[in-house]
Design a binder for this molecule. Structure first.
Ligand SMILES: Nc1nc2c(ncn2[C@@H]2O[C@H](COP(=O)(O)OP(=O)(O)OP(=O)(O)O)[C@@H](O)[C@H]2O)c(=O)[nH]1
Ligand SMILES: [Mg+2]
Length: 254
């Protein structure tokens, strides 16, 4: 199979700050640096065998878009940084403005799968910016914070947004983040499991701080998307729920 190259850049963002209302609240914001159109591949179905925009970087066989969604502060950016760079962003909370993205190429059963991961702002005032990106997402990771009950209670509202704006066949996974903060936990694992079961979603608890289940969440998504796009009859069918349940550490369910 012919291979494409992924741009060398770390990512970009859609700050759209000038088009948005003035910032509310005390939080700092992380302004974006580039428009994604300059680096991101065009939206649409998974891409095969066409050269991506930009030069340099790793080769890949197929590319997918994955979106991180959930309330502000649940740890979307930290989860992405943990996955991409293996580091934890400790210190001051810098809220995302608009959308950022990062690319990562994974080796999935001998195939190079590029995930273009869109990190959305959880703040309400950016909702109209982020809505525009849902329809092109092949998968969505929906996060809540196990130390923040409101973020868990808002999951149903996020699911309504996803239902309204995302493709009906997009892969969806629920993640309860910050499980390293055992003392501050207010959402029990069983509650996450119950909600996930109610909506038929794969579910895991994660920690961007310790790295628990972070690679697994993205790998599971990449495997599912790759399986859907290649449909090799000789390959045993990949079952996302079973995989997450089997491989998840500490807690997992479907
Ligand atoms: N203990 C702990 N703290 C975390 C974890 N993930 C994120 N945080 C902290 O939670 C705060 C918010 O993290 P972010 O990743 O910026 O949150 P976000 O969901 O991207 O927020 P928005 O960009 O506003 O939507 C930061 O202070 C992080 O250090 C985690 O797994 N464990
Ligand atoms: Mg963020």
């Amino acid at each position: 199979m012919s291979r494409k190259k992924t741009p060398k850049s770390k990512g970009g963002s859609v700050p759209a700050a000038s088009a948005l209302p003035a910032a509310n609240g005390p939080r700092q914001v992380r302004p974006g640096t580039a428009h994604p159109g300059s680096e991101a591949p065009p939206n649409g179905p998974p891409q095969f065998g066409r050269p991506s925009l930009g030069g340099g970087g790793d080769f890949y066989d197929v590319a997918f878009k994955v979106m991180l969604v959930g309330d502000s502060g649940v740890g979307k950016t930290c989860l992405l940084v943990r996955f991409k760079d293996g580091a934890f962003l400790a210190g001051t909370f810098i809220s995302t403005v608009g959308i950022d993205f990062r690319n990562k190429v994974l080796d999935v059963d001998g195939m190079k799968v590029k995930l273009q991961i869109w990190d959305t702002a959880g703040q309400e005032r950016f909702r109209s910016v982020t809505h525009a990106y849902y329809r092109d997402a092949h998968a969505l990771l929906l996060l809540y914070d196990v130390t923040n009950k409101a973020s868990f209670d808002n999951i149903q509202a996020w699911l309504s947004e996803i239902q309204e704006y995302a493709q009906h066949n997009a892969v969806l996974m629920l993640l309860g983040n910050k499980v390293d903060s055992a003392q501050e936990r207010v959402v029990k694992r069983e509650d996450g499991e119950k909600l996930a079961k109610e909506y038929g979603l794969p579910f895991m608890e994660t920690s961007a701080k310790s790295g628990l289940n972070v690679d697994l969440a993205f790998t599971a998504i990449a495997k599912e998307l790759k399986q859907r796009s290649t449909k090799a009859p000789s390959e045993p069918r990949f079952r996302l729920h079973d995989y997450v349940k089997r491989e998840g550490q500490g807690s997992s369910c479907c």
